[in-house]
Structures are given as structure tokens and as C-alpha cells.
Design a protein around this ligand. Structure first.
Ligand SMILES: C[S@@+](CC[C@H](N)C(=O)[O-])C[C@H]1O[C@@H](n2cnc3c(N)ncnc32)[C@H](O)[C@@H]1O
Length: 314
């Protein structure tokens, strides 16, 4: 266990972003993720951007939803993730529909006003200015296009067989740490973002906001992948030195997940749950206030010219 180092990081320094970790996470929640994409009811033939696509795990689900006439552009800042995504799709049925590009969410390699839907899963937790980024993404959407953001919210995480007091102290310590870790040189993270997304989209100017929640529950006996996933999460909660947590709580917490003789996974009463959020909003495609002012100035100018023409003629 490396409780002092960011766990499962990618080359951009983001924890829980290593390709193998993302693949395992995807396998663990495959059923819920398939349901999430079905529920989106994406239109056949749509142009969809998978913003922060990572190793391309959602792409086959999106491709199935939009059919053979649809197109997907996967965008990410991680070269490693994009190389893996390209390899994953090579030779598959959906390969002709997919392209992967290296770009940040804030600068998509596409013209403004052209995209039917932007889908972004498990990325908003790394955005220091989510409202600003969502607003920027809106410009790439065709009027009436949709931004769909899926993310976790660790405020909903519960292990029913772990002392609630210990859980509360661990979670509170992590939440406090996430608010200040940027000041200590770590990248921004908000693992409590899910329940905030609807508000962020509203503030960014989206309309017809819809929030869907997905309760994920797993009981004893846990598949081995899921055990590894939860061990990683447990470790991540107390990584970077577990600031704000006592050494007794740190030891007790890690024992719950790693003790060879007595850990939570081997208890027949084991029950874990968390709720994930899928929030979508429609981009109205109206002018921003800045663009509106510029447009009014143009209209005023043409009005002034018309009036002066009338004066000349009269
Ligand atoms: C947790 S992974 C999720 C990957 C994938 N969407 C999934 O759910 O499997 C987050 C991904 O977002 C990418 N990412 C983070 N911030 C980004 C940004 N500003 N622009 C583009 N990609 C970003 C990371 O490189 C990483 O691949």
C-alpha cells in the first residue's frame, strides 16, 4: 500500500486515471453504464463528442446508440489514453465511425455550433472551473444540442459493515483535503461533484436540465474485480498523507479493506452502495451577453445608416 502517493495516476498526474484502473472500473459498473447510455436516447445519426474519453470505454455504447450513420469524436489530454482507445477500436464494427483527438475540453478540435451532443463521463470532477468549461462546450453545440455529464458523488458512498463514525471521519478528512490540495501542488479534484452538476449546467446557461441518479449496490460475495476496485478507492481516500486523519483511523480504515483475516469483503452482511449522476442540459444557442451586445451594436449601426439614408432622400 502506498498511502502517501497518488494512486493509479495517469501521465497528467490525475489519480484513479491509469488505463488499467479505468478498464477495471468500467467492467465493475458495465450494467449500470449500459443503462445510462440507453436512457440518454441519443438520436440516430448524431455527431457526438466523448469529452475526456480516456481509453474509449464508452465509445461502443455510444456508437450502438447513434447507429451506423452517427459519428463520435473522442477527445482527451492523455496520449496514453488515446493510444489505448485507438487500439481498442481498431478493426471493430464501430471503427469507421470514430476518431480520437488530443485536445482539452476547453478547445475542442471542431467548429462552433456543429455538435449534436457532448458526452463527458467522470471528467467534471477534475475541472477547476466547471461552469466556465460547460459554457465553453456549449459553443460547440448546434442550437438545441445537449451536454451530458456523468459523474460520481462520494457523499453517497456507504459501507454498511464499517463503523459509521470511522467512515464519516475518513470522508470528511478527504473532502476537506480536496478543497485545499491544489494549494499543495496537487491537481484539482472534486469527488463530491455529482449532486452539484445540475446547478453548474444551469449557471452555464443550459436549459431543460435533467438529472438522473443511478444507485449502485454490491453485496457479498463480491467479484474479484470489484474487490480490487473498492480497495483502490479505500486507498485513494487516504493517499497523499491522509491529511486531517488520525493515524488510528488511518490504520483502522485500511485494515477494513486489506486485513487478510478480517476484512469487510469476507463478511456475509457486506453491502456497499453509491449513487452516480447523469445530468443533461440543452444549449439554447442564443447569444451570450457579450455577443448580444455586439449584435445590438451592429443593428444600431444599420438602423442609423437607414435613418440617415431616409434623411438624404426626404
Ligand atoms: C476518470 S477518466 C474518465 C475516462 C472515461 N471518460 C471513462 O469514464 O472511462 C478522466 C479522463 O479525463 C481526461 N481529462 C481530464 N481533464 C481534461 C480536460 N480538461 N480536457 C480533456 N480531457 C481531460 C483525463 O486525461 C482522463 O482520461
Amino acid at each position: 500500500m502506498a498511502a502517501n502517493n497518488p494512486v493509479f495516476g495517469n501521465e497528467c498526474g490525475l489519480p484513479l486515471n491509469a488505463v488499467a484502473w479505468l478498464e477495471m472500473h468500467h467492467r465493475c459498473k458495465a450494467a449500470e453504464r449500459e443503462q445510462m447510455v440507453r436512457d440518454l436516447q441519443l438520436k440516430a445519426g448524431s455527431l457526438v463528442v466523448d469529452a475526456g474519453c480516456g481509453p474509449g470505454l464508452w465509445v461502443p455504447l455510444l456508437a450502438q446508440a447513434i447507429g451506423p450513420q452517427g459519428r463520435i469524436i473522442g477527445v482527451d489530454i492523455s496520449v496514453e489514453a488515446l493510444v489505448t482507445a485507438r487500439r481498442r477500436s481498431a478493426g471493430t464494427w464501430y471503427a469507421p465511425q470514430v476518431e480520437y483527438k488530443l485536445a482539452p475540453l476547453e478547445q475542442l478540435p471542431l467548429a462552433h455550433g456543429t455538435v449534436d451532443a457532448i458526452f463527458s463521463a467522470n471528467v467534471s470532477q477534475y475541472l477547476p472551473e466547471p461552469v466556465k468549461t460547460f459554457k465553453t462546450l456549449g459553443q460547440y453545440l448546434a442550437p438545441g444540442g445537449r451536454l451530458i455529464v456523468k459523474d460520481i458523488d462520494f457523499g453517497t458512498l456507504r459501507f454498511h459493515t464499517i463503523d459509521p463514525g470511522l467512515q464519516a471521519r475518513v470522508f470528511q478528512a478527504r473532502e476537506r483535503w480536496e478543497r485545499i490540495r491544489v494549494e499543495h501542488g496537487y491537481p484539482f479534484e472534486d469527488s463530491w461533484v455529482g449532486s452539484k452538476l445540475a446547478g453548474y449546467l444551469r449557471e452555464a446557461g443550459y436549459e431543460e436540465i435533467e438529472e438522473k441518479t443511478y444507485l449502485i449496490q454490491r453485496r457479498y460475495p463480491l467479484p474479484s474485480d470489484y474487490r480490487t476496485y473498492l480497495q483502490g478507492i479505500a486507498e485513494w481516500f487516504v493517499c497523499e498523507g491522509a491529511p486531517g486523519l488520525s493515524s488510528e483511523d488511518l490504520t483502522a480504515w485500511l485494515q477494513c479493506f486489506f486485513d487478510e483475516e478480517y476484512n469487510v469483503f469476507d463478511q456475509e452482511t457486506f453491502l456497499y452502495e453509491e449513487t452516480e449522476y447523469v445530468v443533461s442540459g440543452v444549449w439554447p444557442g442564443r447569444y451570450t451577453s457579450h455577443e448580444a451586445e455586439a449584435q445590438v451594436a451592429v443593428l444600431n449601426e444599420s438602423e442609423r445608416r437607414l435613418l440617415s439614408l431616409e434623411e438624404v432622400r426626404s
